[in-house]
Design a protein around this ligand. Structure first.
Ligand SMILES: Nc1nc2c(ncn2[C@@H]2O[C@H](COP(=O)(O)OP(=O)(O)OP(=O)(O)O)[C@@H](O)[C@H]2O)c(=O)[nH]1
Length: 388
């Protein structure tokens, strides 16, 4: 048995420190690896929605630029138009997923790189064209700040068109014009990269807020366990999965004995501490894949996938003995308490969430009737299972 906190009882992890900005934004802040991955997945999904808009957007810029080429130098249109068209066609490969292992970030990056390179290459064929090309890729550069989540991705996306701008500028511009162009371009790229950093900080903050909200909506604030709504939702899912794959699953319903008396004698603050302590002991004894939730006032439910009746019994008995050995300090003297538990396992006639709960509740009732401070497995002989 591992000692990882059970599911349904996890706390929201804090993000790594970063440089704090106005609005509480933290630049350079890092989230735990799992959260970074979840954020990237969300970002990719949003980008996948945005990608179809890029086609008409870039298509319109290419048409505008071709008209511009025609106006500036009609004689060169036979050169510039096919060049731009070729790069646009290459870029349009990325509008489809095909069967390539590329994410929407890769696809958006590829589209930007080919279209921006098309703008630069076409512009270089016109007199003073690179200046116009510079303005065009500067404008589209800001799209990259929406796409990239890391500076390295940003650099990788803008690198091809940047290199092309420098190489073609070396061949077609005066040194003075080239330096001006590069300085202006780097300035724009720097602003776009800074925008990217701020947007990423916003995204991380929104991600954390959403996660905290979701955690509060699903968990009980006193014990930190899953609340009844989430317990029912996640528990029913576990039962359906176990039923489908014909895997064992055990459900334990734990109830504090004579809790009303605890409240009456030691007060409600001590009663609340009892609930917290019980939740801590359960969390400590359950597996990471187990689900732990507060079913009602002083009643908790543990859903243990891949667990047979005897394993569930051993686990619950460990919890029961730990609780029995606890001494809590209260203003009215030391407090000891005990628990009773009913266990039900997935099987014929109890293969639904509700029927399992009912079985466990009946077994709990039996445990209470048998004298409390004991564990009862549904369908088993009380004397086999009861605590000595
Ligand atoms: N301190 C505190 N008390 C609670 C909380 N939720 C429920 N209770 C109390 O828990 C008590 C439950 O009492 P009963 O349902 O009579 O059960 P019991 O006294 O534990 O008796 P048995 O279950 O038969 O052993 C009630 O007095 C509730 O007010 C809570 O969050 N904090």
């Amino acid at each position: 048995m591992t000692h990882c906190p059970a599911r349904g009882s996890k706390q929201v992890p804090h993000a790594g420190e970063g440089f704090t900005m106005p609005f509480g934004l933290s630049l350079g802040q890092t989230l735990p690896e799992q959260d970074e991955r979840a954020l990237a997945t969300k970002h990719n999904a949003a980008l996948a929605h945005m990608l179809p808009l890029w086609g008409p957007l870039f298509g319109a810029t290419v048409v505008l630029f071709t008209l511009w080429d025609f106006w500036i130098m009609p004689a060169r249109i036979a050169l510039t138009a096919p060049l731009r068209l070729a790069l646009v066609l290459i870029g349009s490969i990325a509008y489809r997923q095909w069967r390539l292992p590329w994410t929407p970030v890769h696809r958006a990056g590829f589209i930007y790189a080919t279209h921006a390179s098309g703008m630069v290459a076409g512009a270089a064929l016109l007199p003073n064209g690179l200046l116009i090309g510079l303005a065009a890729i500067t404008a589209t550069l800001f799209l990259v700040s929406l796409v990239a989540l890391r500076l390295s991705t940003f650099v990788l996306i803008v690198l091809p068109s940047t290199l092309l701008l420098i190489v073609l500028g070396l061949g077609t511009m005066s040194p003075y014009g080239l330096i001006n162009t590069i300085v202006l371009y780097l300035f724009a790229a720097g602003i776009a990269a800074a925008m990217m950093a701020v947007l990423v900080a916003f995204r991380r903050q929104a991600f954390l807020f959403e996660k905290q909200l979701l955690h509060s909506a699903r968990h009980d604030s006193l014990s930190g366990a899953a609340n009844r709504g989430y317990l029912n939702e996640a528990g029913a899912r576990e039962v359906a999965l176990a039923r489908r794959h014909k895997r064992p699953l055990a459900l334990a319903m734990i109830d504090i004995d004579h809790f009303k008396r605890v409240n009456d004698i030691y007060g409600h603050v001590a009663g609340d501490n009892v609930i917290r302590e019980l939740a801590n002991v359960c969390r400590h004894n359950l597996r990471e894949g187990d689900l732990f939730g507060r079913f009602g006032g002083e009643e908790f439910v543990c859903v243990m996938p891949e667990t047979e009746a005897d394993q569930a019994f051993a686990c619950v008995e460990r919890i029961r003995r730990s609780i029995e050995a606890l001494r809590l300090d209260t203003g009215r003297g030391p407090l000891q308490f005990t628990i009773s538990t009913g266990i039900a396992v997935l099987g014929p006639g109890r293969d639904q969430w509700e029927s399992l709960l009912q079985e466990a509740d009946d077994a709990l009732y039996q445990a209470k009737g048998g004298g409390r401070n004991r564990t009862q497995v549904a369908g088993a002989q009380p004397h086999d299972q009861a605590a000595p």
